[in-house]
Design a protein around this ligand. Structure first.
Ligand code: COA
Length: 321
């Protein structure tokens, strides 16, 4: 028994912010941002929230998979940027979908979140505990961004992606996942809820802070190692992998990972040009785009790999059906 993705969906806010608009807020340029990150535009919430985007992506994934919400046994939302703490975002999705039989909880693992949500659902489904699961990554990183810090505000965007999974016959591939809390200082964000008033809303201390170079070096070393180890653990050769779907943080990171793995860049699809880094939503949004435009098809083996704050990182193999 294993878990099989049978439907995907995504949602991106309609407001698109390009690099030139960012250049009106901080000293930077379209050219610099494109060269160093690959990002050209990002979608930014106006009326949307993390909850509303999660609900929309989930509705689309259920429709795509032809799954009735009442069949769902499990809803996991990965997010670090929800507009609510209680109830959890997953319970709000349950309410919106009327998924009355589902057990619902949120996960907080930043940009590794979707891979960990996938692994968690996979464990429940392959273990025979649940039959149908919905996993979602939804982020409003614009709420956590210091729009005066050119080292970070150029990178992030908002959006949501979702996948529906069913238990079914097939091989379960074992993931490789790692955490290193000792290096957590490289990428941090303090909780705004520790203060009793709202003076902190404009305080950079309560926005994302990052040692960009440390995160870059960590990603290009650890992600290929995790992918290599995952392939080895499951007896899968690189030639068998059609796509490596990496967390969409930076095109230079993706290029460096491809080089270290000795795999052609064509196997590493990217959509960060349009979305920026949407943390735990990025892999789910890309999976959905690739399913819709036909790049993903039955029989392909796909690696998904996440990395980010924690530090956390990991890779999983998905056999696409
Ligand atoms: N526009 C113009 N100049 C900028 C800039 C910007 N947006 N941001 C930084 N600079 C400047 C710096 O001030 C510095 O100037 P100096 O040499 O005069 O001091 C110079 O550019 C180089 O800065 P540096 O931080 O070394 O740049 P970099 O090549 O490392 O690029 C990042 C910065 C953030 C793009 C890069 O480190 C990165 O992408 N890291 C990974 C971040 C990431 O993906 N995080 C999320 C992971 S989940």
């Amino acid at each position: 028994m294993t878990g099989i993705i049978c439907g995907t969906g995504s949602y991106a806010p309609s407001y698109v912010m390009d690099n030139n608009e960012i250049a009106t807020m901080v000293e930077t340029s379209d050219e610099w941002i494109r060269e160093r990150t690959g990002v050209v535009t990002r979608h930014i919430i106006k009326d949307e929230t993390t909850v509303s985007m999660a609900c929309e992506a989930a509705t689309r994934a259920l429709a795509d998979g032809d799954v009735d919400a009442r069949e769902l046994d499990l809803i996991i939302v990965s997010t670090i940027s929800s507009n609510i703490i209680l109830p959890c975002t997953a319970c709000e999705v349950q309410k919106e979908l009327d998924a009355e039989h589902a057990t619902c909880f949120d996960m907080s693992a930043a940009c590794s979140g979707f891979v960990l949500a996938y692994n968690t659902a996979l464990a429940y489904l392959s273990g025979g505990i649940y039959k149908t699961a919905l996993i979602i990554g939804s982020e409003s990183l614009s709420n956590l961004t210091n729009w005066k810090d050119r080292g970070t505000c150029i990178l992030f965007g908002d959006g949501a992606g979702a996948a529906v999974m069913r238990a079914g016959e097939g091989k379960t591939y074992f993931p490789v996942t790692c955490s290193d809390g000792m290096k957590g200082n490289a990428l941090t964000c303090q909780s705004r809820h520790t203060l009793a008033d709202t003076r902190h809303m404009a305080d950079p201390e309560y926005s994302i802070q990052m040692d960009g170079q440390a995160v870059f070096k960590f990603a290009v070393k650890k992600v290929p190692e995790a992918i290599d180890e995952t392939l080895k653990k499951n007896g899968v050769k690189k030639e068998e992998i059609t796509w490596y779907i990496l967390h969409q943080a930076n095109s230079r990171i993706v290029e460096a990972v491809a080089k270290r793995l000795g795999e052609p860049l064509e196997k590493f699809p990217m959509n960060l040009q349009e979305y920026g880094n949407t943390s735990s939503a990025s892999i789910a949004i890309l999976l959905d785009e690739m399913k819709r435009d036909g790049r993903l098809s039955g029989g392909q083996k796909v690696v998904i790999a996440g990395f980010g704050a924690g530090l956390t990182w990991g890779a999983s193999i998905i056999e696409w059906r």
